[in-house]
Design a protein around this ligand. Structure first.
Ligand SMILES: Cc1cc2nc3c(=O)[nH]c(=O)nc-3n(C[C@H](O)[C@H](O)[C@H](O)COP(=O)(O)OP(=O)(O)OC[C@H]3O[C@@H](n4cnc5c(N)ncnc54)[C@H](O)[C@@H]3O)c2cc1C
Length: 137
């Protein structure tokens, strides 16, 4: 029912409560760039509140970028991400092994580019501070 791949659905179909089909997609103005996506119905995989929020966001965004909320706009879903467990770290992101720091997604302290970058800065400042203070290791 859901297809074996990422789902793709036209906004118009989603609003009308019907699944997108290869025929409906072919009649649309946009051609999916992800060729392996299966035409389907995102309302079968996303909770109602999430879908309502997405549609509301498209309506609002349409005022800034007219056309975004077109019936032909294609939505892909659902993205699922898995993250590492968080390591036991100090506030400066040092592990229980002295002088070994862990930052970014691998350490489980971030889930995005900005947070991963910032966690690197936190550890780097701590290391720089220790070097300045003459603490080797
Ligand atoms: C599909 C996708 C979409 C995303 N979209 C967004 C987004 O829109 N906005 C956002 O903020 N974040 C997004 N993210 C998350 C973001 O990419 C990560 O949070 C961020 O890249 C983590 O940075 P990092 O430095 O911790 O790890 P990474 O960027 O994963 O860097 C780890 C590096 O270590 C290297 N490595 C691994 N093992 C070894 C080894 N043994 N020896 C040497 N090197 C090794 C890897 O090759 C890699 O280069 C997305 C992630 C994915 C997967």
């Amino acid at each position: 029912m859901l297809g074996g791949e990422v789902l793709v659905q036209r906004v118009g179909d989603l609003r009308h409560g019907r699944r997108s089909t290869p025929g409906r997609l072919a009649r649309g103005l946009l051609e999916p760039t992800l060729k392996t996506a299966t035409p389907g119905d995102l309302s079968l995989v996303l909770p109602y509140r999430h879908l309502a929020d997405i549609l509301e966001m498209l309506e609002t965004l349409d005022r800034l970028a007219p056309g975004v909320n077109s019936a032909h706009t294609l939505l892909y879903g659902a993205e699922v991400k898995f993250y590492s467990l968080q390591l036991r770290l100090s506030a400066a992101l040092e592990t229980e092994i002295p002088h070994l720091f862990a930052v970014g997604d691998g350490a489980g302290v971030s889930r995005g580019l900005v947070q991963a970058s910032v966690s690197g800065v936190i550890a780097a400042r701590e290391i720089a501070g220790r070097l300045e203070a003459g603490e080797g290791g």
